[in-house]
Design a protein around this ligand. Structure first.
Ligand code: PBG
Length: 324
């Protein structure tokens, strides 16, 4: 009888380690932190167990905890004291993210700070841009200059990577031009250009206090049913100058990550979003799953699909697993 003996390469732990195709490293991880402008808050977010809203004056503790575990890339989301119709808090020099970035950069010179460039946490209506009074929809071209201002102010504060998540058309081109004109031609753009209008963002909106006060984000974020559309978004972002591409959410969109991998040669980032984290944590808290093994399997699946990096609320947990 003649057949393949695949089990030869599975016979022991050592040989399995030797032939393993996909690995998780601390360098792959980007840790999101929710920063509150008012003082003395350290409050666990109910729908994101283990993740906190943290004040600027306490932020150093959280940065140090993550840094000591080996995390070298962090992404800040701001919760400002004041919101208005055009999201001014996103682009003022002493805005919450600008201040958080300065704090982080003064603590560790080798820590990468990613800035989420969007207006939804800063607008009083919770949308990612300014609203057109007639259509009651986000006005694309009126929003672009505000995003440019936001990115430039984030770069001025010391951000190492600009990660725009607003899903306006032309945002990569506009921000690239704005950064270049301000002298930041060396600051890369990690584009969230493939971002679906997903229900998996629910817990994030609790944490960032950014639920839209009317309507939804379906006129700018993508329809979860569409795969070819993601390739059109990818094409324009590549032409406009994106240095890296985020696919978001991740676990229900592994096919999209693979499509991006097969159709481009830039680094890919999977955003393991809030709802994906919450569902896993909830099942683990009930004792229904083995948290560590499920989390590592999820991480491996994103990398196997083609991701180089992962933005994940599990980052600290994963470092602890890797240290064992
Ligand atoms: C800002 C933004 C959102 C997320 C990241 N940046 C929310 C949204 O689009 O509503 C979601 C991340 C998560 O769910 O973890 N636009």
């Amino acid at each position: 009888m003649n057949f393949d003996r695949h089990r030869r390469l599975r016979a022991s732990h050592t040989i399995r380690d030797m032939v393993r195709e996909t690995h998780i490293r601390k360098e792959d991880l980007i840790y999101p932190i929710f920063v509150v402008e008012r003082d003395d808050v350290k409050e666990e977010i109910k729908s994101l167990p283990g993740i906190y809203q943290i004040s600027l004056n306490l932020l150093h503790e959280e940065i140090k905890a993550a840094y000591d575990l080996g995390i070298r890339a962090m992404m800040f989301f701001g919760i400002p004291n004041e919101k208005d119709a055009c999201g001014t808090g996103a682009f003022i020099d002493d805005g919450v993210i600008q201040r958080a970035t300065k704090i982080a950069k003064s603590l560790y010179h080798d820590l990468l700070i990613l800035a989420d460039t969007c207006l939804c946490e800063y607008t009083d209506h919770g949308h990612c841009g300014v609203i057109d009074d007639h259509t009651h929809d986000v006005d694309n071209d009126e929003t672009l200059p505000l995003l440019v201002k936001t990115a430039v102010s984030q770069a001025k504060a010391g951000a190492d990577i600009i990660a725009p998540s607003n899903m306006m058309d032309g945002f990569v081109a506009a921000i690239r031009q704005g950064l270049d004109e301000a002298g930041f031609y060396n600051i890369p753009i990690m584009s969230y250009g493939i971002k679906y209008a997903s229900s998996f963002y629910g817990p994030f909106r609790d944490a960032a206090e950014s639920t839209p006060s009317f309507g939804d984000r379906k006129t700018y974020q993508m329809d979860p049913a569409n795969r070819l559309e993601a390739m059109r978004e990818l094409e324009s972002d590549l032409v406009e100058g994106a240095d890296m591409m985020i696919v978001k959410p991740a676990l229900s969109y592994l096919d999209i990550i693979r499509d991006v991998r097969n159709n481009s040669n830039i680094p890919i980032v999977a955003y393991n979003v809030s709802g994906e984290y919450s569902m896993t944590k909830a099942a683990a808290q009930n004792g229904w799953i083995d948290e560590e093994r499920i989390v590592m399997e999820q991480m491996i699946s994103m990398k196997r699909a083609g991701a180089d990096m992962i933005i994940t609320y599990f980052a600290k947990d994963i470092c602890r697993y890797l240290d064992k």
